[in-house]
Structures are given as structure tokens and as C-alpha cells.
Design a protein around this ligand. Structure first.
Ligand SMILES: NC(=O)c1ccc[n+]([C@@H]2O[C@H](COP(=O)([O-])OP(=O)(O)OC[C@H]3O[C@@H](n4cnc5c(N)ncnc54)[C@H](OP(=O)(O)O)[C@@H]3O)[C@@H](O)[C@H]2O)c1
Length: 331
């Protein structure tokens, strides 16, 4: 079987599509023939070394496909089942030989779920890391309340479109922030009632104007360094800043006392790993997402698919800030 493996960290050129043997699945594992593997920002962080990993490493933190072998001790999945999985603990556990960017992969069943018949495998793959993250953000990191006004950065990205839809479904008004007119249209399509573009005036002033002067209830920000200050300045008294990524770089050290002087603000920096610590929590969130899709209440936009052999182009596409939904690799 073939898989995308890195032997050193670096640019997209370190990605190698190589022939490898895959062992039989171990206890508690199933072997999956991958139909579609998701590309996520975290894969870029693994590739560049921003998040330390054990080398060599097969990249990929999520995929969907069909079970082709069942390991000992697995009784709830069978050969032929359509499944989707997420591997959230990869950096921590150094599971270098199991990654989603592969034709075949052995995965633990803790974070593997049978895909309902009405849902395509590509959609299921797209709902794993980005969907689970959007779910955790909107229901747990800052649980959106009916009547809230929230600011969602990167509202046309993979997480952004799903998060915007979930916030709107919960009864919030979403102000999206994006970089281009094309992305603004997608943020509106996801349900944002207003969309701001970086560079068009002062973000915090605009966010305050659109929230009746008081400031927004919460900001979801995964851009990091470039937007952190403006995000804090957009919040109402006792508002919540949800900092869940660093697409533009890490936020430099700052004085926590400024959260007090700026209005007793709350800062939360969630990682999806801590919002699906058990099989039950993963299953609850994933089942919720599948249910929304089946009912026609959540639109999962597949932006681009790349042949797995063209993985370097897929990484460049994300790095060049061109994504407008999910990016998938097809083995
Ligand atoms: N904490 C967690 O557990 C967790 C889990 C999943 C994802 N994340 C984070 O969530 C963010 C979005 O992930 P995603 O999978 O939705 O990615 P995505 O679809 O590629 O969206 C990323 C968006 O970030 C915006 N962006 C702003 N500055 C950027 C920069 N310097 N370089 C690249 N993009 C930039 C771009 O939108 P504009 O052009 O409109 O600005 C881009 O479309 C990432 O930062 C990721 O690390 C965190």
C-alpha cells in the first residue's frame, strides 16, 4: 500500500508518497481502506515541526473508508462497514505509523464511528476534525446562547463555515471575518448576517457598531497573532475570547491583568483533544453532526479534492490561504 510519509520536517517538498507494508490490526484496532483523507492545519504543523512529532511519520489526522480487517477484541465493527475516524492524540502519543494519508491504515476504534448509510464517505471525512472542532467550540468552549452576537474569524474556512452554521442554529447572530469578496459570499451562505474584511476599517470599531455599541459576546479566533488584539477589543464586558489556532503565528506573551482592565474578559484556548477525552464524548459529538447532515441542517462544503500523490499541492493550497471549505486527498 502507499502512504504519505515524512522523514524530516520542512516545506511541502518533504512529503513522500511511498510504498509500505501494513501489519495486521492489533487488539482494539480495525484496518480501514481509505476513501478520502482530510487535510488539516495540524498536518502542516506536524510537517513543519511546529508541533513536535516522532519521525518518520505518516501524516493525517482523519479519514473515512471501509473496514477491511478487524483486530482482536473489536465486536462493534465488521468487515465492509463504512467508517470515519479521527486521530486527535497523535503528537502526544507519537503514533508515527498510523495516519490518514494512506491507502490502508490500522486505527484504534475509540475514535472510529460507523458512517450512517445516507452520508457519503467524503462528507464523513470532512466532518471529523473540523466538524468536531466546530461542535466543541459552539457547545463547550463558549456555549453559544440564543440572542448572542459572535464574531467568527476565517468564517469561510473549513472550521469557520461549520462553526458559523452551528452558531446560527443555536440562535446567535454571526459576524464573519474573511480576507476576500469570494470568501465573504461563502460566509454569508453559511449564515453570517454581516461580514467584515480584514483591512476594511478598524475591526473592533466595526464589530462594536454591528453589536449595538456594546461589543460582541464571544470571538472565535484561530488566526492568532495578527488578530488577537482586535478580537479582545471587540468584546463586551465579560465577553469570551476563544483562541483556538495560530494560522498567522503565535500570540506574543501578554499581561493577563489586561483581561481585567478590558472588561473582566474570559480567555479560553481550547484544543479538540480536551473536548473528546472519551469514546462517549467523541460519539456524542460525531452523532450530533451526522444527524444534522442527514436532516439537511448542516452543509458540508468540499472545496477541493487532490489525488494523494499530489499531497504537496494540497498543502500549498492550504498554506496559500486558498481554502474555502474542506480539502481532501483521494488515494
Ligand atoms: N484548537 C483545535 O483543536 C483546532 C482544531 C482544528 C483546527 N484548528 C485551527 O483552526 C484554524 C482553521 O482550521 P481549518 O481546518 O478550518 O483551516 P482552513 O479551512 O484552511 O481555514 C483557515 C483560514 O484561516 C485564515 N487565515 C488567516 N490568516 C492566515 C494565514 N496567515 N495563513 C493561512 N490562513 C490564514 C484564512 O481565511 P481568510 O483568508 O478569510 O483570513 C483561511 O481560509 C487553524 O488555525 C487550525 O489550526 C484548531
Amino acid at each position: 500500500m502507499k502512504a504519505v510519509r515524512i522523514h524530516e520536517v520542512g516545506g511541502p517538498e518533504v512529503l513522500r508518497y511511498v510504498e509500505l507494508d501494513v501489519p495486521d490490526p492489533e487488539t482494539g484496532e480495525v484496518q480501514v481502506r481509505v476513501a478520502a483523507a482530510g487535510v488539516n492545519f495540524i498536518d502542516l504543523h506536524h510537517r513543519t515541526g511546529r508541533y513536535p512529532v516522532e519521525l518518520p511519520m505518516i501524516l493525517g489526522t482523519e479519514a473515512a473508508g471501509t473496514v477491511v480487517q478487524v483486530g482482536p477484541g473489536v465486536d462493534h465493527l465488521s468487515v465492509g462497514d463504512p467508517v470515519a475516524f479521527v486521530l486527535p492524540h497523535r503528537s502526544a502519543e507519537g503514533r508515527g505509523n498510523a495516519g490518514g494519508y494512506a491507502q490502508l491504515v490500522n486505527v484504534p476504534t475509540d475514535f472510529t464511528l460507523r458512517v450512517p448509510d445516507g452520508i457519503e464517505l467524503k462528507t464523513a471525512a470532512a466532518l471529523m476534525l473540523q466538524g468536531l472542532t466546530a461542535h466543541a467550540l459552539a457547545t463547550s468552549a463558549y456555549p453559544v446562547q440564543r440572542g448572542d452576537v459572535v464574531l467568527v474569524h476565517s468564517a469561510s474556512g473549513g472550521v469557520g463555515q461549520l462553526l458559523t452554521q452551528l452558531c446560527v442554529r443555536a440562535g446567535a447572530r454571526v459576524i464573519g471575518v474573511v480576507s476576500t469578496a469570494e470568501k465573504a459570499a461563502l460566509a454569508r451562505q453559511a449564515g453570517a448576517s454581516d461580514v467584515l474584511r480584514y483591512g476594511d476599517g478598524d475591526l473592533a470599531v466595526e464589530a462594536r457598531r454591528l453589536s449595538g455599541g456594546a461589543g460582541v459576546d464571544a470571538v472565535y479566533d484561530a488566526v492568532g497573532r495578527d488578530t488577537f488584539d482586535a478580537s479582545l477589543a471587540s468584546l463586551r464586558v465579560r465577553g469570551t475570547m476563544v483562541l483556538f489556532g495560530q494560522a498567522s503565528g503565535q500570540v506574543p506573551p501578554f499581561n493577563p491583568h489586561s483581561l481585567n482592565t478590558r472588561g473582566s474578559l474570559t480567555l479560553v484556548a481550547p484544543s479538540i483533544v480536551h473536548y473528546m477525552r472519551t469514546r462517549a464524548e467523541f460519539e456524542r459529538r460525531a452523532t450530533d453532526l451526522f444527524g444534522l447532515v442527514e436532516a439537511g441542517n448542516l452543509d458540508v462544503r468540499i472545496d477541493r479534492t487532490f489525488p494523494m500523490s499530489e499531497v504537496a499541492d494540497a498543502h500549498r493550497y492550504v498554506e496559500e490561504r486558498r481554502t474555502k471549505g474542506k480539502v481532501l486527498l483521494i488515494p
